[in-house]
Design a protein. Structure first.
Length: 52
């Protein structure tokens, strides 16, 4: 979280993407303007699509 905030707000990098494994933290990152990738969420989506 700290490195994402540093990149976004101090270094003024316009697009910051962080790997977030804890799904409870996703909304915190997104509220700070940091895009997220959740590997567990991506895996669950792929499994659901495979079952359809």
């Amino acid at each position: 979280l700290m490195s994402g905030q540093l990149a976004r707000h101090v270094m003024r990098i316009p697009v910051v993407v962080c790997l977030v494994r804890d799904s409870h933290l996703l909304s915190i990152y997104e509220n700070l303007g940091i895009k997220t990738i959740n590997p567990d969420g991506l895996l669950m989506e792929a499994i659901k699509e495979g079952l359809d």
